[in-house]
Design a protein around this ligand. Structure first.
Ligand SMILES: Cc1ncc(COP(=O)(O)O)c(C=O)c1O
Length: 399
């Protein structure tokens, strides 16, 4: 059978060869120094595991409401009130106060992004995404027939209103902000968030804020809330007055608590959009994994500050060592650094990565996340020994 004839252009248009090549080569290495990993290396806190185990034992294994279990929605709503001062109604959408923003639990942050793009983008529409980007962003655009418009954020990796404004056209439906960012770990400032929100409002474009790494914002990148209350936190456009009408806020549990395989995230924002996302979830994912939603309820009582402080120390090590041999933008959050291949080496990032592989080091070339091939992503979500070994190889190759 001519299988190729059967494959839709939607799938054919997606080229996953760059990242696959790195992983294939990595799989062939004996005892690789793996600095390519996009998930935390700490163990999942015990109370979270226990809550999921209890749910399975208590037979909470069936479908849940499309929107998520009531106890988890309740905790998310309380958290959003305390964190961004949104008044979300935790009741099911059908009975909730129509004047309030909506919320729903999704199958990972990816599930929320995928459904949001399906809800918002018609073929030919445009979505403005940062470059460098999280690998999924351009592909979800392509999957719905929309056009990803890349906002070049080099060299500081800030998605500013000034950079975005010139890309807006009558076909633009959304702007996607990711802070702290993957792959650069860059945190938007309060000012960046406010200006981007004002721009999107003025041009009638939805601002989607992917805040999957929000908890992993280091002390030096936190800022006081524009609301005036509480300790400094990761800046968010959601915290500005009236933002719940104009911002789709997407957050997750995977990275913060080390449960990436549980596939849990949530989306909150304009009620009409949440209703449409919920409708599509009903006919696709159906619901997020049920027992694990019960596990996620326990997340809200777990303090991750020790893990964040530990990652901040690793960040400091990476920056202090690599900045002696190349350019590296100081990450304010997440657990990545986006490192420039020194120009004096005269190499593309792809060619530099080959040299790393020869030395047993696995990092991800920048062209997996970008139109450019000048940087690579290093993840410091790994044990101290691997990080030490990896940094030593990089220092050696860059000298
Ligand atoms: C910026 C960003 N958004 C979304 C995701 C997807 O997260 P999830 O595992 O919750 O689907 C990732 C995962 O790496 C990410 O880095």
């Amino acid at each position: 059978m001519d299988i190729d004839r059967l494959i839709a252009d939607r799938a054919k248009r997606i080229d996953a060869s760059g990242i696959r090549r790195v992983f294939d080569l990595g799989a062939r290495l004996k005892d690789p120094i793996n600095l390519s990993i996009g998930q935390p290396d700490f163990p999942v806190p015990e109370p979270i595991k226990q809550a999921a185990i209890d749910a399975i034992r208590n037979n909470q294994n069936g479908y849940t409401q499309t929107q998520g279990i009531a106890s988890l929605r309740q905790r998310i709503v309380e958290h959003l009130k305390a964190d961004v001062n949104w008044d979300v109604d935790p009741r099911p959408l059908a009975s909730a106060d129509a004047s309030k923003p909506g919320v729903m639990v999704t199958s990972g942050t990816s599930g929320a992004l995928m459904l949001a793009f399906q809800v918002l983008l018609d073929p030919g529409d445009e979505a403005i995404i940062p470059d460098p980007y999280f690998v999924m962003y351009p592909h979800v655009c392509t999957m719905v027939g929309a056009r990803p418009v890349l906002c070049d954020t080099y060299p500081d990796f800030r998605m500013t209103a000034e950079r975005v404004e010139r890309l807006i056209t009558p076909r633009t439906k959304l702007v996607l902000l990711n802070s702290p960012s993957n792959p650069a770990g860059v945190v938007a400032s309060n000012r960046d968030c406010r200006e981007l929100l004002e721009l999107c409002r003025a041009r009638n474009v939805l601002l989607i804020s992917d805040e999957i790494y929000d908890t992993f914002t280091y002390a030096d990148a936190r800022e006081p809330s524009p609301l005036g209350a509480g300790a400094p936190r990761c800046p968010s456009p959601a915290r500005f007055p009236g933002a719940a009408d104009d911002v789709l806020l997407i957050r997750g549990f995977g990275k913060t608590y080390g449960v990436t395989g549980w596939r849990l995230g949530y989306a909150a924002g304009p009620r009409r959009i949440i209703e449409e996302i919920s409708k599509l979830q009903q006919y696709t994912f159906v619901c997020a994994p049920s027992a694990l939603q019960h596990g996620a309820v326990a997340c809200f009582d777990v303090d991750m500050s020790a893990q964040i402080a530990d990652y901040q120390k690793r960040r400091d090590t990476v920056v202090s060592r690599l900045s002696k041999v190349t350019e590296v933008t100081v990450p304010g959050g997440a657990f990545y650094a986006f490192v420039k291949v020194p120009e004096r080496l005269g190499l593309t990032a792809g060619a530099f990565i080959d040299r790393c592989l020869e030395r047993g080091l696995l990092v991800i070339p920048g062209n997996v996340f970008s139109k450019r091939d000048t940087h690579f992503r290093l993840s410091y979500a790994t044990d101290t020994r691997s990080l030490e070994r990896g940094l030593a190889v990089l220092e050696d190759l860059m000298r």
